[in-house]
Design a binder for this molecule. Structure first.
Ligand SMILES: [Zn+2]
Length: 402
């Protein structure tokens, strides 16, 4: 039986509609139509019905570290905050941290998240605890299982390339048929992973047909270190090793020069932009305007709780608009700021091919600050196509709103 849902505004394809409803059958959106006259309509007054947001980068366990080492330099933050506490977290802590992070995201309309996870203890149990938190709350997730072998990092982060490949492959196989979970390789960074490790991660992604994520040129020190060691910028170095292509999503990409941007544009490499975190850690300003002009696909991320203290893509849109304008004196169009439009294009193939038209709704209450309902947004256009799936937080038993 068809159900109808309506709000004061319905947003899709860069347009706002009034007096329209979603027609839904068995959780699947059939149509966007004029308000029916002779059918019951579930209404959400003072709300807009919009696609869910995609958060393309976070570290969920860091929600437990909010406020730790605020207002310190990067190395104090890393060593006295992140490394210190991540060494003593139990598997239950990791699950709890993920619950807090994902619940905050869902309340803020994020319905798909990529969790870059590195407290692996040379196994998959911790990652599975985080995935369980996502499943318990009903958020869709990609777990970017980290490849990490820098010996300056805590031992529980580190694996050999062989271990990382074997464990990641096992985790991929475990969730292969799960429509709400995907696994991708994520070499940590040029400072956190050896070139052998990075190549192993990229090769696994290629073999399995997935994207892969890596922190790239986040801090100025990484660019300088790479230049001194190799004579190449981080992007040029990756390109020399044949690693830049449309499967690579570079996280942050703050310290780029023109030739780096050209290389990324030519190869189709992608970017996850995390403006609040970049400001929080004093990393600098990613040249978004130049990346957009080069045709590079950009998504938005919140990064972890201890480098942002909040998890909202709407907040990241605002930060993008303000930070980029202050840096370049030029405006980005609203469509450039939206985490919806490009975030979904970076998403995993599994969602696209098996659940590709899955969709849902976010009802954001303009008055009162609360929000309810949730959904998903992995494919455009969201609403017009028949066959989209509608899911709600209410359906998943979490955070019933009103
Ligand atoms: Zn990160």
């Amino acid at each position: 039986m068809l159900q109808y849902f309506a709000a004061d505004f319905l947003y899709t394809e860069n347009q706002v509609f009034h007096d329209c409803a979603l027609a839904v059958e068995n959780g699947v959106i059939q149509d966007v139509c004029p308000l029916p006259e002779n059918a019951e309509v579930t209404r959400f007054p003072d709300c807009a019905l919009i696609p869910g947001f995609v958060n393309s980068h976070t570290h969920s366990f860091q929600s437990l570290l909010k406020g730790v080492c605020d207002d310190t330099d990067f190395f104090t933050w890393r060593d006295q905050g992140l490394y210190r506490y991540s060494q003593i977290m139990t598997q239950e802590d990791l699950y709890t941290g993920a619950l807090f992070a994902f619940a905050e995201m869902l309340k803020n309309g994020i319905t798909t998240v990529c969790d870059f996870f590195y407290i692996n203890d040379q196994a998959n149990d911790n990652a599975q605890a985080v995935i369980q938190a996502a499943k318990d709350l009903g958020i869709r997730m990609t777990l970017a299982r980290t490849f990490y072998n820098w010996d300056g990092a805590p031992a529980r982060f580190r694996e050999t390339p062989e271990q990382a490949v074997e464990n990641t492959l096992a985790l991929m196989q475990l969730y292969r048929d799960d429509p709400g979970v995907s696994i991708i390789p994520a070499p940590h960074s040029l400072h956190g992973a050896s070139m052998e490790m990075i190549e192993a991660g990229a090769a696994l992604a290629k073999d399995q047909g997935t994207p892969w994520h890596m922190h790239v040129a986040e801090g100025q020190y990484e660019r300088q270190m790479t230049l001194e060691k190799t004579g190449k910028s981080p992007i040029a170095l990756l390109h020399r090793h044949g690693l830049l292509d449309g499967a690579m999503v570079g996280i942050h990409c703050v310290w780029l020069d023109e030739s780096d941007i050209d290389l990324m544009g030519e190869t189709g490499a992608r970017v996850s932009y995390n403006p609040s975190s970049n400001m929080f850690l004093g990393d600098g300003v990613t040249p978004i305007k130049a990346l957009v002009d080069a045709g590079i696909c950009i998504s938005l991320g919140t990064d972890g709780g201890c480098s942002n203290n909040r998890a909202s893509i709407i907040e990241e849109m605002r930060m993008t608009a303000l930070l980029q304008k202050s840096d370049t004196s030029r405006c980005l169009g609203a469509e450039r700021r939206s985490g919806v439009f490009n975030g979904d294009r970076q998403w995993r193939r599994k969602f696209r091919t098996t659940v590709g038209k899955t969709c849902a709704r976010v009802c954001r209450r303009f008055c009162g600050g609360g929000s309810y309902g949730s959904v998903d947004a992995t494919e455009r256009p969201f609403w017009q196509k028949p066959g989209l799936r509608l899911t709600t937080l209410r359906d998943s038993g979490c955070l019933c709103g009103g």
